[in-house]
Design a protein around this ligand. Sequence first.
Ligand code: ADP
Ligand code: MG
Length: 616
Amino acid sequence: MQKGNIRVQTENIFPIIKKFLYSEHDIFLRELVSNAVDATQKLKTLSSIGEAKGELGELRIDVKLNAGDKTLTISDKGVGMTAEEVDKYLNQVAFSGAEEFLEKYKGQNESTIIGHFGLGFYSSFMVSDKVEVITKSYQQDKPSVKWECDGSPAFTLEETDKPDRGTDIVLHINEESKEFLEAGKIRQILEKFCRFLPIPIFFEDKQINNTTPAWTKKPSDLTTEDYQNFYKELYPFNETPLFWIHLNVDYPFNLTGILYFPKIKQSYEIQKDKIQLYSNQVFVTEEVKDIVPEFLMLLQGVIDSPDIPLNVSRSYLQGDPNVRKINNHITKKVADKLEEIFNKDRKAFEEKWEHVGLFVKYGMMTDDKFFERANSFHLFEDVEDGKFYTLEEYRTTTEALQKNKEGKLVILYTTNPVQQDAYIQQAKAKGYKVVKMETLVDAAFISQVETKWENVHFTRVDADIADNLVDKQEAGETVLNKEEADALKDLFNVQRPEINMSVEVKGLGAEAPPVVATRPEFMRRMKDMALAGGPMAGFYTNMPDEVTLTVNGNHPVFQTILQEADEIKKEKAIHNLADLALLSQGLLKGNNLTDFINRSVELMGGTQKSKIILES
Ligand code: ADP
Ligand code: MG
């Protein structure tokens, strides 16, 4: 038997390792199974070049628990190690890795290094009092050996008789790590980290892994069903995804993977099923921030890259050139795919817009490169007929009517087709096209792209009377004379505390409503932002609502009202018309709404008896 000390400067490395790795103990199993996979892959390579002779037998990895002995054993049928190799790889190389690690992180705060690092074999000492390595090399004339170490630098190495090729790593689980003697815990770790490893892994007679996950295959060998089945394997409870992108790059970095576009209806949908990051089929993390562009964080699936540094801290990852390149590549691939569907099958693209639109808009706001690409496939949906336009298409169809004095295209939009219906109808009567901008992300999108799309201005359909939506116009001729118009203006000039109201009398078309209430686009946007907790929230929420009442002097109803001899009835009729207009802006609430209803009942010939009380 050979006895010796591991060649290491630090007297006792293990307490330090334990301390550093405290929060990520599970990864010891990932490291040991990965080593077993590596050893098996090496054997396959050696066999394929004729270095390893004879039948290889069933190449599998077995994880076994022995609760009585308090051991956990990882066995492979890979290359194995000779005595010299054990000495070299375990006593020297592996430990130098551990030393390097400590050197690098000396003095650093524990929390900054939590994450991923390649401590490999020695991570087994985080959970073990003693580790035994029993191994037999594929080189037939070499004796099998047993290495043993109890977590001090002292080790023993002796010949043993192991009948078949491969390596058993026996961990004597320590008292604080008892949880790793529970089958449920071990299965959970294996399913998390080893689910797609390329060599069959067995635990309690069941194979844990799918050795050939879809992303490792050639796209040309996969059917739609294969992609959908793989999605189901990853996220069993989810609806079928909309479409997917198979990533496959080998220069200047290695990257494979499949990204799925899930169905998302609400922009606030919280995501639980994230993209998973693998390194050579070993699960690493679901923290793909920095690697995947932020606007694609709602995608699902897998990316696999051995080129992403796993053994460094977060801040380093951000600056890593490969990570940045991968991020750019993913953005480009997503744009390619969207463009491809848009060009090849516009109808399918439009059908998916409800879900895809969110990614596209978010991407356009956060990523300039994507913005450039997405201009050609970002769509507006017409509120009337559900037709879709790109910006260019909207421009060509509306340019004649919707260009303002400054030469800007005015995009008319609605945030609520039901509530804003009256305004939409008025705009439509003028030949304007109104598009839907209903989601949470739309408000932010509008103010963002206005700064990027020169010559485009967004106006909400209820921001002004239809005549003024595109350009302020001179008041048209009204059929009323000056005195009548002034009288009408006075009658409407009833101030309300919470509304800052101005009244104007204009000659609109006889088909236009008698009174239109509008809120200027700018003030309304500020208020909306304030409600959403934006900057200057306090200032704008406390501002009264700005409303303009535009009285249509050409509407026949005013001929009757101005002639009305009963002053009270006249005032009530006017009040009602004003309230109707405010109602359409959602500004008639509480007592004012109750008054309006009661007044309406009276005007219809009802009496005080039928008075309705909305609020007690
Ligand atoms: P790495 O895997 O990054 O090389 P490790 O610390 O995990 O570092 O392992 C150190 C070395 O020990 C490996 O490179 C390999 O040569 C050897 N080794 C570890 N486990 C096995 C095994 N199951 N079979 C054969 N060799 C192994
Ligand atoms: Mg390793």
